[in-house]
Design a binder for this molecule. Structure first.
Ligand code: 13P
Ligand code: SF4
Length: 299
């Protein structure tokens, strides 16, 4: 019996569902029940009926699933898979910042730990940050954390007064404008599609900016046949699989998130067999964090 068949058997036996982020290894994506961006996976985690959620991604995603589905068991096949950007700020820092900006609305990117979510007013993902921020009362100033690149993009798109924390995604931050210029020279007919975690100089050179699932939609609907994809390389698997007549290129060999790649098919099987590495969120934090996430799921 193959490892994939064993995983499917165990899933049925244990009434489990496998969720995987778009950056996961191809073999993980292929065995998952749902593959998506942070917003889609949060919505799915909130509504699935299975009692066991196996989350293939990074820790903040599994914690978000637990916050939204406290009655379910959530396991992360690789407990050490964390998001370095989420680790750049903690709840204490948010409390201190509130003293500096007492009247501001605190908006956190979903790439944050649960204690940060418990301290802010709102949570957003790359798919809805611009819309949610633009809907805030016009007289309110905003603090956006932790991603300085997404914060700058939201500020540019909304024209709002936004104080931005200095965090960043190391994987996206590594991509330079020179990478895009060289990629354009190599593939002159390709459109450049970038994730808003990219630096402003990359965003400026792009034809389209989107979350990972927004990239899938754009590629599907566009008449173009070639695309330079400025995000983590795992994205290319689904783009190629779902658009066999189109070509997708990576502008850099360095845009690989080591944490997203820590979950292997063997670890996924092991997690289903043992149900170890359960993800938990203290109830007091969960109750405060859920309010900021639930708002984000509507609309
Ligand atoms: P999205 O899939 O929500 O665009 O998030 C990208 C990301 O970096 C997740 O870690
Ligand atoms: Fe975090 Fe960046 Fe990795 Fe996403 S790609 S998990 S934002 S380090």
């Amino acid at each position: 019996m193959s490892i994939q068949e064993r995983i499917q058997d165990l899933k049925r036996e244990k009434n489990a569902v496998i969720l995987a982020h778009n950056y996961q290894l191809p073999e993980i994506q292929d065995v998952a029940d749902y593959v998506g961006d942070s917003l889609e996976l949060s919505k799915i985690a909130a509504r699935v009926e299975e009692g066991l959620i196996v989350f293939c991604g990074v820790r903040f995603m599994a914690e978000t699933a637990k916050i939204l589905s406290p009655g379910k068991k959530v396991i992360a096949p690789e407990y050490a898979a964390i998001c370095p950007m989420a680790k750049m700020i903690d709840g204490e820092t948010v409390i201190d910042m509130r003293e500096e900006y007492p009247d501001a609305v605190f908006v956190a990117y979903i790439n944050t730990t649960s204690d940060v979510k418990a301290e802010v007013d709102l949570c957003v993902t790359s798919a809805n940050a611009v819309r949610i921020v633009s809907e805030l009362p016009a007289d309110k100033e905003i603090v956006f954390l932790p991603d300085k690149n997404l914060g700058k993009y939201v500020r540019q798109e909304t024209g709002r007064t936004i104080h931005i924390f200095s965090g960043f995604c190391p994987t996206h931050n590594r991509m330079l404008k020179e990478d895009i210029i060289l990629a354009r020279e190599k593939w002159p007919n390709a459109l450049v599609v970038s994730h808003p975690e990219c630096i402003p100089e990359v965003i400026e050179l792009s034809n389209h900016i989107a979350s990972t699932s927004g990239m899938l939609k754009f590629a599907r609907e566009s008449h173009a046949k070639e695309f330079i994809i400025a995000t983590e390389q795992g994205m290319l698997h689904r783009l190629k699989k779902e658009n066999p007549g189109k070509k997708f290129y990576s502008p850099s060999a360095l845009n690989i998130c080591p944490n997203m790649k820590k979950t292997t098919i063997a670890k996924l099987l092991h997690a289903l067999e043992t149900e170890k590495s359960e993800v938990d969120v203290p109830e007091d934090i969960r109750k405060r964090a859920i309010k900021t996430i639930e708002y984000m799921l509507v609309g």
